[in-house]
Design a protein around this ligand. Sequence first.
Ligand code: AGP
Length: 612
Amino acid sequence: MCGIIGYIGTRPATPILIGGLKRLEYRGYDSAGLALLEPKSILTYRSVGKVAHLVEKVRLNLTPERQNELTVGIAHTRWATHGAPTEANAHPHYDKSRRICVVHNGIIENYRTIREKLQAKGHKFDSDTDTEALSRLIGECYRGDLRKAVINALRQIEGAYGIAVLCADEPDKMVVARKGSPLVIGIGEGECLVASDPSALVAHTQRVIYLDDGDVAVITPDLVDIRNLDDEPIERNVSELGLDVGAVEKGGYEHFMLKEIFEQPETVRNALRGRIDLKEGTAILSGMNATPAELAEIARIIVVGCGTSLHAGMVGEFAFEDVAGISTEVQQAAEFRYRNPIVDRNDMVIAISQSGETADTLAAIRKAKEKGTKVFGLVNVVGSAIAREAGRGVFIHAGPEISVASTKAFTGQVAVLLLMALKLGRTRRLSNEDSLKLAQEINRLPELVEYVLKQNDAIAKVAERMAQSDHAFFLGRGPMHPVALEGALKLKEISYVHAEGYHAAEMKHGPIALLTPGVPVVVLANHSPVLDKVWSNAEECKARGARIIAVVTEGEPKTDLADDTIVLPPCSPLVATIPAAVALQLLAYHVARLRGCSIDQPRNLAKSVTVE
Ligand code: AGP
């Protein structure tokens, strides 16, 4: 949920830390702070609100000449979990001696017990945070060796952490550690960095080490020494990031979200690249690392995820059942992890996550592994915890998704789910003809997305007529039901409109009572076997004064039911979920833009929910 960046080397640390915080701000942005090592002491600056406020505070307090002398530092942008977003609660946090300071991402679950023990020893806490319990505990454990102090402290805590620690008495090093929250080390020439995610490192290096849970690393300008919590040396590979600065810049778009919406022909192409066999009508998903026999014995699929990833999984349910004939259920990851799920060794559990760090999804995958079933990841961020925990699965290759509202990840996830269904279907009941047809249609997805993007201006006009309403409904049937849920989520999370997604048949069972004249109802009325039923549901809403925004398939007969129309390219209902989702992404984006909302960093949200 929070962003961490650290630097140790020979260049001035301050601009590097600030630049890193700006890249990480999407992870959480209610307060920020930084610490700089100076001979025999630590300087800290903290501020409430966005990183710009911290930049101003540093400018007022630290001359450029002084900044040039300080080459070791850590910094943090916060999404509050314990304690309101105040300056006192902003990171970094000190130990009692104020010679050690810590930035932390995660939740320390036993922090109250630790806090009480330390208070009994005379500690006077400066903040309400769980992090300060850790920083003070590290100080209590310090006997002249920072790594040992950090290890001894971490062995006493329960919960999740990604931390960077500085000590005024050991100015030549930084200690970092992770468990449950992402942390990646960047290796430069005579310098090292650490960050919550690679987007903060791309400007400085392509060489990275992804830390794993339980790793504790001492980093100096020329060395990375990784140990486990038993202080035993650990080997971790150096990977190539394969990202460029452009990938994390806005590229001329007003918002990251718009950039990422318009990247989707390319990102869907990336998700499909090298994975469609148009001759055999199947999919090549080597990352699944599963034998045909293993795939053939799958009796049931369970998909777990949260938010947008959960909605993608719901589309996947239709794909697996209708294409592959495999019984599938979708569970919210937090439910799966706590309900003692019924999982059989012949089940296939698929964990879907853009960030690969969502706490509930990570816990769900661990629960599935405990049950001894097959686990696969469907993830965007390479090196993420869920990707490594699953050990096998499929990356969607959507590139960094910076905007808090997920767009290209959703379409990449659904595209891969279609491929998985095609592959599994090919080993089961899918006929040669049907599989070739589906493979060809999936292969056309980039152009189907392009078709919708070309309607951006028309969709912006529809948004103008929608932006004044504080309520909205999204209705769909079949695989368009999860698309309706996703469209509602997009609208609510970036424009703060109270939007509800419903199964179209569900409206008359209660929600229709909410309809008042003029309320916009978006109806996914694409070509499908139940299209007439969808129009009937739209009619029921229209009769109550609703304003119908119909998402239709090109070539379908026109109807005066629709007050506004968005047109999809002709394709099957399952494949149409992706262009339909793009249309609703654009609709939500323009409504939020017209309502003057903070689109890339909506209030109360953060990009990766690494807490429960
Ligand atoms: C999507 O727009 C939301 N920001 C959120 O629901 C997100 O999809 C959810 O938190 C899951 O994240 P993940 O895909 O990284 O696991």
